[in-house]
Design a protein around this ligand. Structure first.
Ligand SMILES: [Fe+2]
Ligand SMILES: [Fe+2]
Length: 162
């Protein structure tokens, strides 16, 4: 225990986000199906495709480390996705559903941005240039997704809910 280092922490956190991305990948089609707004549905569908590539990038990083790609249960993402499910159930058929879906999706993006920002910084400290590049590609996709959701939240989706 005492001699765990940043390499171990990097690998553990990589497993955490790998688990999280797989859960997100499973969940996005459900959110797309639930969305009333065409724009919101399209945003979820687009990010579903991006998430598939993000999972592949993580697998490339496991390969760089010479470790098997394996997830580790991430309680945080399970909680965030569980809250999203509650909103889908409790607001089904209401005018506030999309606003709730947007908020749930942004909580997911913020979690991912936090994790990828940390992993990128640690990869830099560990001198893993290829990993930095891969993590940065995903980090910017997550930020773009978050921005797109913010724009949607400011436009029709919340106008409909009001
Ligand atoms: Fe992601
Ligand atoms: Fe994401």
């Amino acid at each position: 225990m005492a001699d765990k280092d940043l390499n171990d922490l990097f690998l553990d956190t990589l497993k955490d986000i790998y688990f999280a991305e797989k859960q997100i990948y499973k969940n996005l089609p459900k959110m797309a199906k639930a969305a009333a707004s065409n724009q919101l549905r399209a945003a979820f569908e687009k990010h579903h495709g991006e998430t598939e590539v993000q999972i592949e990038r993580l697998e490339q990083i496991f390969e760089l480390l010479g470790k098997p790609a394996r997830g580790k249960t991430c309680d945080a993402i399970q909680g965030i996705l569980e809250e999203g499910k509650e909103i889908m159930d409790e607001y089904e058929g209401t005018s506030a559903l999309d606003a709730g879906l947007l908020a749930a999706a942004q909580a997911v993006e913020h979690y991912e941005i936090s994790r990828y920002g940390t992993l990128k910084s640690w990869a830099g400290k560990l001198g893993m240039k290829d990993a930095v590049r891969l993590l940065d590609q995903t980090l910017s996709e997550e930020k773009k997704t978050d921005d797109a959701l913010t724009k949607l939240a400011g436009s029709e989706v919340n106008a409909e809910a009001a």
